[in-house]
Design a protein. Structure first.
Length: 493
């Protein structure tokens, strides 16, 4: 086989390889909730809803039997080390096959939805998640779990606990702390899907845009926000099929530092024996499947398909509640490195101009950083769903030019340029000039076009990226600039 054919096959293998958008790392053994939820427990037989903030969990219960009982909420402290369950709170008399349907938490204030099958004085309620004291409640049927509404584009004007109920197509909104009603089910924003049922199961909000996501008869519904109290009519996304009258269909929004994703469970039946990986879905905000790298040691047991999800962006912690097995899985959520380092100024290729080698994988040393500056690339290098982020670090607090090339200098070894090595060559495009803060910056930032759009990448292929940065101090050559290492990225469709 000739060299050209070998190169083509190698490229196709790279372009078509499964590149995960999200990497999950299990950060603790599953939290066992069997000591809190059991037949006769004041908080219910099975845990039905979860919320996480840092290393603290809040779990609410469901009366999974035909008899009247009670359900409530518990706090679980030190969830990643030595889980400790609090005394119950929010305990309510509960008919059979009813209970709590959702939780949300913001600054340790816990919002809860309770479904007794009819309107209830505690249908939507808020509690101090530290003292466990009740703060306020709203009379409604809490069939749909609540979410924290950050306002349109997270403007922070009117924020609080957003909720709805069966038969409504509107979002009500209450102040997080006082419960003051900003909007109710007669004047709240309309998100209903035209011509579709309104038996809602869960409500969550994108903490950056304010867009609303709900479950309805197993469908996943998205309402695109246009104002504090305005949304476009909801649309179904994700390709989930209808399954009416089944509780425990949930969604969560993961606002990560490398993109926004959704989690949902495709629960079309209530039978035991359902495979976790067949039920749990990761999606982007348009409903396209997102690829996930699960821990190789993660082997969840089969269950009944009822899972709830909660994500804490401050700690990048994801909690997944398994109703049937009464347990909670805890993960850290990270972006997946995409691409490979090329032309490092570490002595492995072309020598740095003044023997100013950086550490392995970085650029040449600068006047402020003997290790050299680094360029990392994370995300998903797909032209149709580009989530790539280029992140430069270890630079002075100066200007930084992110640029793209179609080839590499000196066959990937780099060529001397200023105080460092230039890697990206061929036809080059300046992506953007950023101002470093704390020695770092990234592209894209909020409001920027994606890397592929700005770089005019319209067909699969290879591009090389690098950062040129100002380093005004007299250091190596008479030039006043240096560069990071390069990153080679293979773009797929």
């Amino acid at each position: 086989m000739n060299t050209r054919a070998i190169s083509l096959l190698s490229f196709l293998a790279l372009a078509n390889s499964a590149s995960a958008q999200i990497t999950l790392t299990e950060i603790a053994p599953p939290v066992n909730l069997n000591t809190a939820f059991f037949t006769g427990s004041p908080v219910g037989i099975n845990p039905s809803a979860i919320a996480v903030e840092g290393t603290t969990l809040w779990a609410a219960g469901f009366n999974n039997q035909g008899l009247v009982g009670t359900t409530g909420i518990v706090r679980v402290d030190n969830a990643t080390t030595t889980p400790t369950v609090s005394t119950p709170f929010g305990v309510l008399m509960t008919p059979g096959e009813r209970g709590y349907t959702g939780l949300t938490v913001k600054n340790t204030i816990v919002g809860a939805a309770f479904d007794s099958g009819a309107s209830d004085p505690n249908g939507i309620a808020a509690y101090n998640g530290t003292t466990l004291a009740p703060l306020w409640a709203a009379n409604t049927r809490g069939i749909c779990g609540p979410g924290f509404d950050p306002d349109f584009n997270a403007a922070g004007g009117l924020t609080g606990i957003g909720w709805t109920t069966a038969g409504s197509g509107r979002r009500a909104l209450n102040d997080l702390n006082s419960g003051a009603s900003y909007f109710n089910l007669t004047d709240g924003m309309i998100f209903a899907v035209i011509g579709q049922p309104t038996v809602w199961r869960c409500m969550e909000f994108d903490q950056a845009s304010g867009d609303v996501y709900l479950r309805m008869d197993n469908f996943l519904v998205k309402g695109v926000r246009s104002g504090t109290n305005a949304s476009a009519p909801g649309v179904t996304i994700g390709g989930l099929v209808t399954a009416a009258g089944i509780a425990g269909q949930n969604v969560a929004v993961l606002n990560t530092n490398f993109g926004t994703y959704l989690m949902a469970n495709d629960r079309t039946a209530t039978a035991a024996g359902q495979n976790f990986f067949s039920v749990v879905r990761f999606l982007d905000t348009n409903g396209n499947a997102a690829t996930v790298q699960w821990p190789g040691t993660f082997t969840p047991p089969t269950s009944v398909g009822w899972y709830d999800f909660s994500y804490d962006p401050a700690s990048s912690t994801l909690a997944i509640l398994d109703f049937g097995n009464r347990s909670v899985f805890l993960f850290s959520v990270d972006s997946t490195q995409v691409g490979m380092t090329v032309c490092p100024g570490d002595g492995s290729g072309t020598a740095c101009p003044c023997a100013n080698s950086g550490v392995a994988g970085n650029g040449c040393a600068s006047s402020v950083n003997p290790s050299g500056a680094n360029l990392a690339s994370t995300g998903f290098a797909s032209i149709s769903s580009d989530t790539v982020v280029l992140a430069g670090s270890g630079m002075p607090n100066s200007s930084a030019l992110y640029f793209q090339g179609t080839s590499q200098q000196s066959g990937g070894a780099g060529s001397v340029f200023g105080d460092g090595l230039r890697c990206a060559g061929g036809s080059t495009i300046r992506l953007s000039t950023k101002s470093n803060v704390g020695g770092g910056s990234q592209y894209p930032a909020a409001g920027d076009p994606s890397v592929s759009v700005r770089g005019l990448v319209s067909v699969p292929g290879v591009r090389t990226y690098q950062v040129w940065y100002r380093n005004a101090a007299a250091f190596c050559t008479v030039s006043t600039f240096n560069l990071t290492n390069g990153r080679e990225i293979v773009w797929s469709i």
